[in-house]
Write a protein that binds this ligand. Structure first.
Ligand code: MEV
Length: 315
């Protein structure tokens, strides 16, 4: 009887979401307070069984629909490992990452599965390959993902990311002075595919204007990267960059009254900057705060009705 376990963190995008789909850089960090977990154990019976407790699902790989994301990641990983047949095993999947809220729950679940399969079969898979396998499934969920979500989750490190063919540019970010962030959940779904698709249609009507917004976001991302890596800016100045990024996201049409309510509340409670994180519309916002103000900001978000609040340290 063999058992292996693998996990993967959630993620937030600090700067540059949406523009990253159009080739601009973005910064993202893992959120380790929330995790997806995959456990694989020998099946006493024949077959490969998938039990996803949070989704209330229990089924055999052999009977899964061809577009079932969990089955797809299992099959793709087995293929990558050169296995023609799945092992007789039970895969248990669970996650504390809120679903469809811009925190990378899908990428984390896929990452945990790929890692667990590699370990179970005695063929550990390196992070860049984990990321590539997860990216293929992200395409099923999101249509035209930039690849930043699978990258930050699979590498589990702060990253500077620029999408690219044949390979993206991925640089690990070294954080000079640790940053305190409060993450607030609107309680609403963040429909990535729809948000990215709707923005694509707006871009098609006036590409020049939207390319200009993306360029402005790229400047903010590059300034933020330098500030985070060198500690050259006061916290307030980094917060200002966050606010400027949020204004551009509003202009792009991916914010919402619910996100803005949380953002304004965080700013009033002592955050130096705040913005939506991920695809927007619903999902989560992030607030940059002095360490000593984090609990006040978190409390203010709870009072106003945030569906979930996480305080995290980026270091
Ligand atoms: C989603 O976490 C981030 C987006 O930029 C989409 C993507 O990069 O694939 C909105």
């Amino acid at each position: 009887m063999k058992t292996v376990q693998a996990s993967a963190p959630g993620k937030i995008i600090l700067f540059g979401e949406h523009a990253v789909v159009y080739g601009r850089p973005a910064l993202a960090v893992p959120v380790t307070h929330v995790q997806a977990r995959a456990t694989l154990e020998t099946n006493k019976e024949n077959g490969f069984r998938i039990i996803a407790i949070d989704l209330d699902r229990d089924y055999l790989l052999a009977e899964a629909a061809s577009d079932d994301p969990l089955a797809v990641i299992v099959k793709n990983t087995l293929k990558y490992l050169g296995r023609t047949e799945p092992p007789d095993a039970v895969l248990h999947i669970s996650s504390t990452i809120p679903l469809a809220r811009g925190l990378g729950s899908g990428a984390a679940v896929s990452t945990a599965i790929v890692r667990a399969l590699g370990e179970f079969l005695g063929q550990p898979i390196p992070p860049h390959q984990v990321s590539a396998l997860v990216y293929e499934v992200e395409k099923l969920h999101h249509g035209t993902p930039s690849g930043i979500d699978n990258t930050v989750v699979a590498f589990a490190q702060p990253v500077y990311f620029v999408k690219g063919e044949p390979r993206p540019i991925i640089r690990r970010i070294r954080v000079a002075r640790s940053l305190t962030l409060v993450i607030g959940d609107t309680g609403l779904v963040s429909p990535t595919r729809q948000a990215v698709g709707d923005l694509r249609r707006r871009w098609e009507t006036d590409p020049e204007r939207y390319e200009g917004y993306f360029d402005e976001i790229a400047v903010i991302v590059d300034q933020a990267r330098v500030a985070i890596e060198t500690g050259s800016l006061e916290l307030a100045a980094l917060g200002k960059l966050m606010n400027e990024n949020q204004e551009l996201l509003q202009t792009l049409g991916v914010s919402s009254p619910e996100l803005e309510r949380l953002i304004e509340t965080a700013q009033r409670a002592g955050a130096v900057g705040a913005k939506l994180s991920g695809a927007g519309v619903g999902g989560n916002m992030i607030a940059l705060t002095p360490a000593e103000a984090a609990s006040t900001v978190a409390e203010a978000l709870r009072v106003i009705g945030a569906a979930g609040v996480i305080i995290t340290e980026v270091c």
